[in-house]
Write a protein that binds this ligand. Structure first.
Ligand SMILES: C[S@@+](CC[C@H](N)C(=O)[O-])C[C@H]1O[C@@H](n2cnc3c(N)ncnc32)[C@H](O)[C@@H]1O
Length: 259
């Protein structure tokens, strides 16, 4: 990152201190820790919420495979402008609120993300808003995906009950201020079961029921059903076809069959 990026962040902090949460962007130590926990080398789609001036963004792009996509969402227009200066065809910059990330994924026809990273200061957001953002992120994440959140305060531990599992937590002391990095991994079983079903459909074709209409064991049952249908008031009368191929009335049809 260049000094101009630090200056932009610093300036924006004086305009919106609560929104930024800190006056300095993440240190290279924090950037590396976040990216390592996110395992971006295996991601097709990644999302970064609160990308700032793009320190973690650029580090993430170093690790992402060539054909992957990174969606960076940033609320502050001056910081989003800085993000757009990172020229990489894999990067999509969305200037707006983090809560819009699902709409952007949909509009860009992107798959469910394998990684979601967030540095948004959750503690200063209304509790309901932060809880709904995190549960949406968790829900949207692909099976086996990673949700990585770096924070100064520990509120996220209480908010993140929706995950139903504890996070892996690391502390990065070489950052101002030192931060905790949380990583939740979504279980991969759903993907395994789904892919097994897809595989079976592709390899074996859809499951078909056996045609039992000629099974001699079913003839008494078929005869019984036919007589019930024939006698039932809700069913249409049976029209027969005579030897010349003309349609006969039900009574005639029955008598010609009996003959
Ligand atoms: C602590 S800074 C982290 C910046 C950057 N990721 C870094 O590591 O240096 C938090 C960032 O989140 C952004 N932010 C805060 N609330 C947001 C929201 N609701 N939606 C999107 N971005 C938000 C801030 O503007 C700020 O850039």
């Amino acid at each position: 990152m260049q000094w101009i990026h630090y200056a932009s962040f610093f300036r924006e902090f004086f305009r919106q201190p609560m929104q930024l949460g800190t006056f300095l962007p993440s240190s290279p130590f924090l950037e590396r820790r976040v990216v390592r926990l996110a395992e971006l080398e295996q991601a097709d789609v990644a999302v970064e919420l609160g990308a700032g001036v793009g320190g973690i963004t650029s580090r993430a792009l170093e690790c992402l495979p060539k054909r992957s996509t990174l969606l960076a969402v940033e609320l502050s227009p001056p910081l989003a402008r800085v993000l757009r200066t990172w020229k990489d065809p894999r990067l999509i910059v969305h200037e707006g609120s983090a809560g819009e990330f699902r709409d952007v994924l949909k509009a860009s026809e992107l798959a469910r993300p394998d990684v979601i990273i967030s540095g948004i200061p959750l503690a200063v957001m209304p509790r309901r808003e932060s809880a709904s953002l995190l549960s949406e992120a968790w829900e949207t994440l692909a099976p086996g995906g990673r949700l990585v959140i770096y924070q100064f305060r520990r509120d996220v531990e209480r908010i993140a009950g929706f995950c139903g599992q504890p996070a892996a937590v690391e502390v990065e002391p070489l950052n101002i201020p030192p931060l905790r990095v949380y990583c939740w991994r979504k279980p991969a079983e759903v993907r395994t079961r789904l892919s097994a079903r897809l595989l079976r459909t592709r390899v074996d074709g859809p499951v078909r029921t056996r045609d039992r209409s000629n099974d001699p064991r079913r003839r008494p049952l078929q005869a019984a059903l036919a007589s019930v249908r024939g006698g039932g008031r809700r069913h249409r009368p049976i029209h027969g076809v005579n030897a010349e191929g003309r349609s006969e009335e039900p009574s005639t049809a029955r008598s010609s069959r009996d003959a």
